[in-house]
Design a protein around this ligand. Structure first.
Ligand code: PLP
Length: 344
């Protein structure tokens, strides 16, 4: 049976080239900063984003946590979207490990408004915590893979500068955002202080993310990474795949977006009672299901199609490099088949 995994782009497998360079990678002890391949990946990542320095970390979650810890002091308040990954899906690490409290703002469009942000910034008052950081996300996962425009991002950054506050960008899918907006990543992240991006999602490396920012910031983050247990020794084997991700995988992200559009079009073409397209952004297709959603997920799984629930009556299909045109046609045929079963 065909297997089509649409749950996330985290399921992408490393390419043949990645496995080849991983086997041959020059390595050393990265805690001593003696792994030449990690050093090279960090240099290339910083260069690609137009920042001074970068740090290779095991996951996006650790990269975001390090950013929060490094920009703030325990007891600070940070401003972030109520649907942000950092707030929703990182196990409350900001509170438990960074010791900060969250001030959340409405961000269902992908980003909160500058007005709401300005109102949320604390004055100097003996009762208040200090506002320590602004966090934004691009593409925005919970908003359905929305790419937030440079103008909107810059409005937030300009306001942050006025208030003397740093901005961290959770750019797990930064290259999807840049591709969608048809803009260089450097330009997109120019005004944020730090960025985390994942190489383990659409870029298909097996493990890891990069935290990028100023030299001083990365030096502090490196120390915090060690504290969290994220010092990784001969990590060059992983960094080697990351170099391929940066060099060869960023330019093909458009293929995923095109295929997501095609999938959405085919589902719309079904004119189905059971399943409708809510929206398609970058590599995400969000589907509305009127019938028994759990039953549909199980029926699809029985046919080799994995898809995740995204909320009440909502499914999320994520397109990535291991999904082909034929896979999409197969999924559409299975949807027709399942609807037929439901109507029997
Ligand atoms: C996946 C994701 C992360 C976390 O990355 P992990 O490597 O899974 O820890 C952070 N932010 C966003 C927006 C994500 O989609």
């Amino acid at each position: 049976m065909r297997e089509v995994d649409l749950r996330s782009d985290t399921v992408t497998r490393p390419t043949a080239k990645m496995r080849e360079v991983m086997a041959k990678a020059k390595v050393g002890d990265d805690v001593y900063r003696e792994d030449p391949t990690v050093n090279k990946l960090e240099e290339k990542a910083a260069q690609a984003l137009g920042k001074e320095a970068a740090l290779f970390v095991p996951s996006g979650t650790m990269g975001n946590l390090l950013a929060v810890m490094t920009h703030t002091q325990p007891g600070d308040e940070i401003i972030l979207g109520e649907n942000s990954h950092i707030f929703c899906y990182e196990v409350g690490g900001l509170a438990k490990l960074a010791g900060v409290q969250a001030k959340t703002l409405a961000d269902s469009s992908g980003i909160f408004s500058p007005k709401a942000m300005q109102e949320a910034i604390r004055d100097d008052n003996i009762h208040y915590p200090r506002t320590g950081l602004i966090c934004v996300e691009n593409t925005h996962n919970r908003a359905g893979g929305v790419a937030v425009s440079k103008v909107k991002l810059d409005d937030i950054c300009n306001l942050a500068i006025k208030n003397n506050l740093p901005v961290h960008l959770d750019g797990a899918r930064l290259f999807n955002a840049a591709a969608e907006l048809e803009i260089d990543v450097k330009s997109l992240v120019k005004n944020v202080d730090s960025v985390m991006f994942c190489i383990s999602k659409g870029l298909a490396a097996p493990v890891g993310s990069l935290l990028v920012g100023s030299k001083e910031f990365i030096m502090q983050a490196r120390k915090n990474r060690k504290m969290l247990g994220g010092g990784m020794r001969q990590a060059g084997m992983l960094a080697a795949a990351g170099l391929v991700a940066l060099e060869e995988m960023t330019n093909r992200i458009d293929d995923d977006h095109n295929l997501a559009n095609k999938f959405a079009k085919l589902v719309k073409g079904l004119d189905s009672e059971m399943i409708r397209v809510r929206n398609v952004n970058t590599n995400f297709v969000i589907l509305e299901v009127t019938d028994d959603i759990k039953g549909l997920i199980t029926q699809l799984a029985d046919r080799g199609v994995k898809i995740s629930q995204f909320g009440p009556g909502l499914l999320r299909a994520v397109i990535h490099k291991d999904i082909s045109n034929e896979d999409i046609n197969y999924v559409v045929n299975q949807l027709v088949d399942v609807e037929g079963k439901f109507n029997e």
